[in-house]
Design a protein around this ligand. Sequence first.
Ligand code: C5P
Length: 218
Amino acid sequence: MRFLVTAGPTREPIDPVRYLSNRSSGKMGYAIADAAIEAGHNVVLISGPANVEPPRSAELVSVSTSDEMFDAVHERARDCDVLVMCAAVADYKPKQFSKNKIKKHAANLSLELVPTRDILASLSKEDRHYIVVGFAAETENVEANAQKKLQEKNCDIVVANDVSRADSGMESDENEVTILFRNGEIKKNSRAPKKIVARELIKIFANVYEKRLTKKIV
Ligand code: C5P
């Protein structure tokens, strides 16, 4: 099976030396890429800036901004069977990029932000042959928010986690996820190292893809 995995944060430039980003370490996406390779799949990893060793046999596509990630996903999605959107794409970017470094003044400074393009939501549902997995990092009402995301962003699966906990989710080596499927099924995984969680997720994704192929749609 051909996996296309996105991982890490994106950086939205403010001026030549500053950017907006988030705390995503890339660990979960890289663990998913590792686990897919381990299971014998072909992997393309589209990654924002992350300090994690990429799996040797994955094809690595390095990007920085949400726009670069948007283009990289659109270029490669048609050649995959399973798209896993694990990246923490910035939701906003500065409206304007200042070519020169913004000078410090005594007064307050306001930055106008505009929404970035939503990569997941931009993938048309009609003509796609691949399954789409979204991630939902929530700090409250995890299941309800993830369910909404599954519908609104046309995902086949959403993997949700509570990032308000210090021992799970962003930057941590462990994760506790809830997996939501299109047919309303929900599966909870207990807290485990991201590598173990990733192995379990790869089995689930491959299973849904196979069922889709044989038209036992989930
Ligand atoms: O809406 P939210 O950012 O919480 O949704 C998270 C999911 O949407 C993740 O799978 C993330 O990769 C994806 N996303 C995206 N494009 C954006 C923002 C998020 O594809 N601009």
